[in-house]
Design a protein around this ligand. Structure first.
Ligand code: NAD
Length: 487
């Protein structure tokens, strides 16, 4: 098996196996081939991971921020040096084309370790509060053992986006990747040890929806950060609330992209394609409701159709491939079901909509798909599809499109394409979302906060804001005189 790890879990600096755990297989989505066989964590493995993290956290938090930063920056350096190997593993894990993983996955994870390694000292400073004689000061202190639970679309990036700020703030992490993509996070854990992190600081255990609750409900876990769907988010947040734990929720979306009549049309098409077809459409912040002004609709659709039909679909390990398979057969079947619903409810299929026939037949491929004349009430306009299916909706007036763009339970992202700078800011101000773009789409460098509002979640990843979600304030009042009381 071409991606078999030494064992299923990485705990306390070493690979660990417990064959009593439920066996599961990792499948390469491009061929359907089994590439690794693993076991889900047993309660004993969960206990081992949390106990070792608890011990490592104390040692780690006692280091100076500069010493911690050095380990994180070294981690980034090793990841960059191994970008090719890690990207190939990410492609095997997810089926995403190497053309993408080589620029967007380990590199994004490395950026995260480099950024947080560099900002620790400044990002975690407290304040001095003069009180006239007396004074107070604040400290940012770590939470303790944090749990990260990942989705399958960006396994290495998620492992790093959660791990880097958690560790920077002085916490330890136990990370559970998605059962669909178990491999990449193990390598991140290995690299952290090589970079000098204490054993146990970042442990990885495998498992699914049965394993997650063992972590979320564990009394020694202080915080849970989940990337996943809204229904899972509700369950995890409810379980965490039962113990009053800190939570960050990075959940799903049905984000709008608004293309005004004065927009650079080719740029807007690029944005809409990036926001629907990158990673075969499996991106939470995708702009899957593309509102196009009626005056430019015909041109937009004509050029979009031509560019979509020119996308190179095929072997993800071929650097020329632009679109790989979906992560699993089940996910592809779900997307095909949405495509049928779109047709049945009267949307116009502009291109795609089927399984391509010139690719490996055992892979989970699907054509990039565009629907036009989509209306707000259609299933494909309301529900998160999580596949390469773009819905184009018409609009005529600014107020109308803002109201329609906001008429969703989700609030992860939004985008506006226009040449009018005042309109761009006026519209962006009124769109209900956590992460928004003007004249571009889906760019998420580590320097900027990322996260959602409404049902898309709360808390933020990346930027200095993430450090606040992995630490808490301790306030110390210092009395400089005698302590007085009225009795
Ligand atoms: P999912 O919700 O099925 O699973 C996410 C993770 O939660 C997996 O690791 C799973 O094993 C675990 N899990 C499931 N039930 C659990 C429970 N009861 N307790 C604890 N853990 C549990 O999501 P998915 O199918 O892996 O990923 C796709 C979803 O993730 C989409 O909705 C997508 O929008 C969202 N997503 C969001 C972001 C973001 O940053 N906002 C990024 C990527 C993906």
């Amino acid at each position: 098996m071409r991606a078999q790890p030494k064992a299923s879990h990485f705990i306390d600096g070493a690979y660990v196996e417990d064959t009593a755990g439920t066996p599961f297989e990792s499948v390469y989505p491009a061929t359907g081939e089994v590439i690794a066989k693993l076991h889900a964590a047993t309660p004993a493995i969960v206990e081992q991971a949390i106990t070792s993290a608890k011990r490592a956290q104390k040692e780690w938090a006692a280091l100076s921020p500069t010493a911690r930063g050095r380990v994180l920056k070294k981690t980034a350096e090793i990841m960059r040096a191994r970008n090719r190997e890690l990207s190939e593993l990410e492609t095997l894990d997810t089926g995403k084309p190497i053309q993408e993983t080589i620029v967007a996955d380990p590199t994004s994870g490395a950026d995260s370790f480099e950024f947080f390694g560099g900002v620790i000292a400044a990002g975690l400073n407290g304040s001095y509060i003069p009180l006239g004689g007396d004074f107070a000061y604040t400290k940012r202190v770590p939470l303790g053992v944090c749990v990260g639970i990942g989705a399958w679309n960006y396994p290495q990036q998620i492992a790093c986006w959660k791990g880097a700020p958690a560790l920077a703030a002085g916490n330890a992490m136990v990370f559970k990747p998605s059962e669909m993509t178990p491999l990449g996070a193990l390598k991140i854990a290995e690299i952290l040890i090589e970079a000098g992190a204490p054993k146990g600081l970042y442990n990885v255990i495998q498992g699914d929806r049965e394993t997650g609750p063992l972590l979320v409900n564990h009394p020694d876990v202080a915080k849970v950060s989940l990337t996943g769907s809204v229904p899972t988010g509700r369950k995890v947040a409810a379980a965490a609330a039962g113990h009053l734990k800190h939570v960050t929720m990075e959940l799903g979306g049905k984000s709008p992209i608004v293309v005004f009549e004065d927009a650079d049309i080719d740029g807007a098409i690029s944005g809409a394609m990036l926001g629907n077809f990158y990673s075969t459409g499996q991106v939470c912040s995708n702009g899957t409701r593309v509102f196009v002004h009626k005056a430019v609709k015909a041109t937009f659709l004509e050029r979009l159709k031509a560019r979509t039909e020119a996308i190179a679909i095929g072997d993800p390990m071929d650097e020329a491939t632009q679109l790989g398979p979906m992560v699993s057969k089940a996910q592809r079947d779900k997307v095909l079901g949405y495509i049928e619903a779109g047709k049945a409810e009267g949307a116009t299929l502009v291109t795609g909509g089927a399984i391509p026939n010139d690719v490996a037949s055992d892979g989970f491929y699907i054509q990039p798909t565009v629907f036009a004349n989509v209306t707000d009430g259609m299933t494909i306009a309301r529900e998160e599809i999580f596949g390469p299916v773009m819905c184009v909706l018409d609009f005529e007036a600014e107020d109308e499109v803002i109201a329609r763009a906001n008429a969703t339970e989700f609030g992860l992202s939004a985008g506006v394409f226009t040449a009018d700078i005042t309109r761009a800011h006026r519209v962006i101000d009124q769109l209900d979302a956590g992460t928004l773009w003007i004249n571009t789409y889906n760019l998420c460098p580590v320097e900027i906060p990322f996260g959602g509002s409404k049902q898309s979640g709360f808390g933020r990843e990346n930027s200095l804001a993430a450090l606040e979600h992995y630490s808490e304030l301790k306030t110390v009042y210092v009395g400089m005189g005698t302590c007085e009381a009225p009795y």
